[in-house]
Design a protein around this ligand. Structure first.
Ligand code: 3PG
Length: 305
């Protein structure tokens, strides 16, 4: 089988070498397309592949139409909103992700952003310490659990809300349960967003929630830009000069916000949460191993469609 690794944002060389070893070791053909510049280039590369491994690369109906031999797509990462699952199913292609493999990397970025915001982006003015502050986690999946563990080490008070996570799991992680989003936002000095982008969550965080943050609060988004109502975010940043917004998922109006609000906002130039040597290795090798396992005996434990 031909396995194509297609990553507009490449994995480290070491991770790619390890993926190659897994794929070739199982007797498959390894192909690599990195930093490609157009969907056409991706479609051409995948045209004779049976498996495709991607990161946040767009996998849509047109791609499936161009890849008649494709059997499996593995998203080397957690969020799979970049893959059209309906189109995949219609094309008879299974889709998997690699949950948890890059969550510590993202969690460390969250804490780094919290400290950077607390220290006014290191501009020399008086900031604050995160120790003793209240951290609110919106959703309590794998990334959140790592964030909670690290934050507790800093002496933060951690609260979370997640309709899909039982309260005893939060308790076992030493995290209090918020009864409502309103409670989470109004009683946290730092809120970190960890919800996926779905039709239900798109645009769901706007003025009403952000406006409830206490004075001097920081909102951190390492999840997806789509969950923010960007127009209302701009409005609330204007109305509340005490608030900060730090994100690893640059909003459409990033330049305007940066020009207007200086170090009250921060955006990584390219999504960097999972961009560590360790996370590249974990997610990349997991994706290669899952692909090989599927071809060996149909194992599809992390199937999402
Ligand atoms: C994920 O969903 O796993 C993260 O957002 C990482 O995405 P990336 O592989 O594009 O860095």
């Amino acid at each position: 089988m031909k396995v194509l690794i297609a990553t507009e944002k490449p994995f480290s060389k070491k991770a790619v070498d390890s993926m190659r070893a897994v794929i070739e070791g199982a007797g498959h053909e390894f192909a690599l397309l990195e930093k490609y510049s157009s969907p056409d280039e991706l479609r051409a590369a995948v045209s004779d592949a049976q498996a495709l491994i991607v990161r946040s690369d767009i996998v849509d109906e047109a791609l499936f139409a161009a890849a008649p031999q494709l059997k499996i797509v593995v998203r080397a990462g957690a969020g799979y909103d970049n893959i059209d699952l309906k189109a995949a199913t219609a094309a008879g292609v299974i889709v998997e992700n690699t949950p948890g493999q890059n969550s510590n990397a993202v969690a460390e970025l969250v804490i780094g952003m919290a400290i950077m915001a607390a220290r006014n982006s290191y501009d020399g003015t008086t900031g604050f310490e995160i120790s003793g502050k209240r951290l609110g986690l919106q959703a309590f999946g794998q990334v959140s659990r790592h964030v909670a563990a690290i934050a507790k080490g800093f002496g933060m008070d951690v609260k979370a809300i997640d309709p899909y996570c039982p309260a005893d799991v939060m308790a076992a992680n030493g995290v209090a349960v918020a009864e409502s989003l309103s409670e989470l936002y109004s009683q946290s000095d730092i809120v970190s967003i960890h919800i996926p982008a779905t039709p239900e969550t798109t645009g769901s965080i706007g003025k009403e929630l952000i406006g409830q943050l206490p004075k001097g609060a920081v909102l951190i988004n390492t999840a997806r830009k789509e969950v923010i109502n960007e127009h209302e975010l701009a409005q609330i940043l204007e109305e509340r000069p005490d608030l900060k917004y730090f994100a690893d998922v640059k909003p459409k109006n990033a330049e305007e916000l940066q020009a207007r609000y200086g170090n009250r906002v921060f955006f990584t130039p390219k999504k960097s949460g999972a961009q560590t040597a360790e996370a590249n290795m974990n997610a990349g090798v997991a994706a290669a191993t899952q692909t090989v396992a599927y071809f060996a005996d149909g194992t599809d434990r992390f199937r999402v469609n």
